[in-house]
Design a protein around this ligand. Sequence first.
Ligand code: UD1
Length: 433
Amino acid sequence: MEKYVIRGGNRLTGEIKVSGAKNAAVAILPATILAQGVFTIDNVPQISDIFVLIDILKTFGAKCEWIGDSTLRIDTTQVENRELPSSLSQRLRASYYFIGSLLGRFNYAKVATPGGCQFGAKRPIDMHIQGFEALGAKIPPADEVAKDDIVIAKADRLLGAHIYYEKVSVGATINCMLAAVRAKGVTYIENAAREPHVVDLANFLNKMGAKVKGAGTQTIEIEGCQDLHSVAEYSIIPDQIEAGTYMVAAAATRGDLTITNVTPEHLRSIIKSLRDCGAKVEVYEDSVRVYTQSELRPCTVCTQPHPGFPTDMQSQFAVLLCTCKGDSTIIENVWEDRFKYIRQLTRMQAQITQPVQSIAIIHGGSALKGAHVIADDLRAGAAMIIAGLCAEGETIVGEIQHVERGYENIVQKLRACNADISKQEFPDCAAAE
Ligand code: UD1
């Protein structure tokens, strides 16, 4: 069993290049089955979530081949509609995007319910189903879906519709876009998610010949269109959360990092929170430099859908706040249970209290101490790494498969910036819990 071994205390210095956005790639790869042809997609991160999606695409008959470190060629000419079994769909959350894309292409989808990080009693897909049903798909009632752990969606023909979402959901917005692009007529998604990956998917779909307008605003308009085609060249946007993770790591270690291949406008809320703490952030065209000059101070962070502070950054930011003397507050507004990592940080002597499930108070300023911890989920794992980099002594992080789902070459990238981190093999019963 592999774990990360980190010796803390080094300031991160130098330059880190950010990879392509996981959450954009996991929507764009399923979109390829909406048309027949050969796609060439660049800036695709080599992470385990992408490897699973490639396996899924192959199950449907697509040919997938890496033709460069980050360039993937996908040939969907022979794609057929098949059932997506739980052995594959359980391996990542985004497998549910195949419900939208299969429905859009074949008017029929049979997909086992998805896996992924758990941030609550369950991660519902009721809003996805609301969108499909509005487009005219028939889906068995929720109790049957739960019983069989399979979603079957079918339609004679999808028809454009007005869809209003009561909450902002990235997944429901994306899934509905995937289904609606080939529907007959115009679809409006109101109260749509505005995340950069929603916009990236819209740009990709438009390159396929779709007519999607308004992505990045609260209303997305999709004029259905049957004649979609493959895309000879597309580059996925840089990963906003990977960039933010390294920015926060720079501040937490009181280092000086330049993070390249970023889209600064996607990072505004993260930059603001870093500046609220007193970190220095210089913004360039496609890079940012983060460093510290004076003592950092506590602050309040409140997660919100984009353009607010991303929930996927709050655990990493919590570690930074552990290093800032005084009381900071984190308010989690997106997921009901996203503070599981506190238990791990407490093992490292972090002082954190949780007056209610959605709020954490971080009593920062006392030194973190190396310990055996685990990555509860993808971003919590990134937080454990940052904590290990800041801590006195040695930290061993287990369950690193969560981290490898979403961070390309994290060990190599950090080592090149002065971090003492390595991946080591441990016997199954040793270390952590
Ligand atoms: C995506 C991201 C995830 C991120 C999240 C919020 C991917 C693959 N994952 O997840 O990293 O943390 O956005 O930015 O892109 N909800 C419902 N019913 C639904 C769908 C969602 O009630 O049918 C609720 C969820 O429980 C949650 C909120 O809506 O409280 C937001 O979830 P959503 O934006 O859908 O998250 P994901 O798309 O699953």
